[in-house]
Design a binder for this molecule. Structure first.
Ligand SMILES: Nc1ncnc2c1ncn2[C@@H]1O[C@H](COP(=O)(O)OP(=O)(O)OP(=O)(O)O)[C@@H](O)[C@H]1O
Ligand SMILES: [Mg+2]
Length: 397
């Protein structure tokens, strides 16, 4: 019998299971880490903020800038598999990790196809999956030419690094063209493109998990409601005809196959009044529209993500209740996050409150979410919104 005294092993490996490295430490990494820990993994998080939502939970956390190679190599040296929680990690850096022999899922090729939204949409079009008409706009003249072709309104979008609508500007009148261009940094060389405005009747989303062997697990089609371009509420399942739900699920499956996905991916879609399904965008990661799966499905998007990237069998995506509704908890002011209303929220029967542990609140910042299951969407929505409305993140002085 000998005891293990290897301090290095103990430092980085608390459990006997595989080590999963997560690039990024936000709430998506936090919920992924929870599932990985449940499966006996060691979780190592790389994030510049030592108190990020996932860093405070991980087996071990590295404080560093994941937009540079050295911290990424440091992470890679400590784990068996690397995954990510956002699409902003440079695909070239991920490729360098792969060339050095490290395993990254989703891989650099998938990220390269997705992280530039214009390239992503060209890839989807080439796979026969239409989205709103779009044009690259390298200068204001090209933007004006596209608007002359499409008519107004249009949505001008940053090609990279956009989230929660922060890289989007809707142009409704000629007078707004130049201000939108400046708002998104077009004048400073930030690459932009423009899309035709899609007058959707509803927005749909589907989480698909794809394993390393190509096996796919498709979650129910949900309806998403955005406020100010930020996801506000998710209804699962979407109240659409089964034929439409079937086409949305198939569209999502084809979209993630087109980019060679491995892991849980979110596919956002527009449903038009003629019943057409257009792909809005893909996320190469677990997605806000799939948070409901934690309570409402046999196996959550987070657990299935961990299973997929580790090469384990995928779990069932079946819902265990007739309906579920998720409501995001957004910050209202820039201030230290002092939570009020938790007692009242937890007094709502069936409300599951998730708080992300962020020290600072911000306007529109995702601070947590509430999910409620129900016999009907109406029942679930009343419970989820009643609980969500009681919670705030800053004392208004
Ligand atoms: N072409 C369009 N026509 C109509 N509405 C649009 C269009 N593009 C985007 N939107 C609206 O803006 C929302 C956010 O857009 P998009 O998904 O491109 O941004 P994002 O910054 O990646 O947001 P998120 O991180 O929330 O997914 C969409 O969910 C939709 O409500
Ligand atoms: Mg989106």
């Amino acid at each position: 019998m000998h005891e293990i005294h290897d301090a290095e092993i103990l430092k980085h490996k608390a459990a006997a299971g595989p080590s999963l490295g997560i690039i990024g430490g936000g709430q998506l990494a936090r919920m992924t880490a929870m599932s990985a820990l449940q499966l006996g993994c060691n979780v190592v998080v790389l994030e510049s903020n030592p108190f990020s939502p996932a860093a405070t939970l991980a087996t071990h956390s590295l404080v560093g800038d994941w937009s540079t190679i050295d911290p990424l190599l440091d992470l890679a040296g400590q784990v068996d598999v690397i995954t990510l929680e956002n699409e902003f990690v440079d695909a070239g850096l991920l490729h360098s990790l792969e060339l050095a022999g490290h395993t990254v899922w989703p891989n650099s090729r998938t990220l390269a196809l997705i992280q530039d939204k214009f390239t992503q949409k060209q890839t989807l079009q080439a796979a026969g999956l239409p989205g709103p008409e779009m044009r690259a706009t390298d200068d204001l003249a090209e933007l004006s030419a596209a608007i002359a072709e499409f008519g107004l309104p249009v949505v001008l979008k940053a090609r990279r690094n956009a989230y929660d609508g922060k890289g989007n500007a809707t142009i409704r009148t000629e007078a707004e063209i130049e201000s939108a261009w400046r708002q998104l940094g077009g004048h400073a060389g930030n690459p932009l493109y423009v899309e035709q405005f899609c007058p959707f009747v509803t927005e749909l989303a589907v989480i698909v998990t794809r394993g390393r062997d190509g096996e796919t697990a498709i979650y129910p089609v949900v309806e998403t409601v955005q406020r100010n371009h930020i996801c506000h509420l998710v209804r699962a399942p979407a109240m659409v005809a089964s034929e439409i739900a079937g086409r949305a699920a198939e569209t999502a499956r084809r979209a993630i196959e087109a980019v060679g996905a491995v892991g849980s991916f979110g596919v956002e879609m527009f449903l038009t009044d003629s019943g057409e399904i257009l792909v809005n965008e893909l996320a190469p990661r677990v997605h806000n529209s799939g948070h409901y799966t934690i309570e409402a499905c046999v196996c959550s998007q987070f657990e299935n993500h961990v299973r997929a990237v580790l090469g384990l069998p995928l779990g069932s995506t079946r819902m265990i209740a007739p309906a579920a509704v998720m409501v995001n908890l957004l910050g209202a002011t820039h201030a230290p996050a002092e939570i009020t209303g938790l007692h009242e929220a937890l007094a709502v029967p069936g409300a599951h409150v998730h708080l992300y542990g962020k020290a600072m609140s911000g306007v529109g910042r995702k601070m947590g979410h509430v999910t409620a299951l129900g016999e009907s969407l109406t029942e679930a929505e009343i419970a989820a919104t009643t609980a969500a409305e009681t919670i705030t993140f800053a004392n208004i002085l």
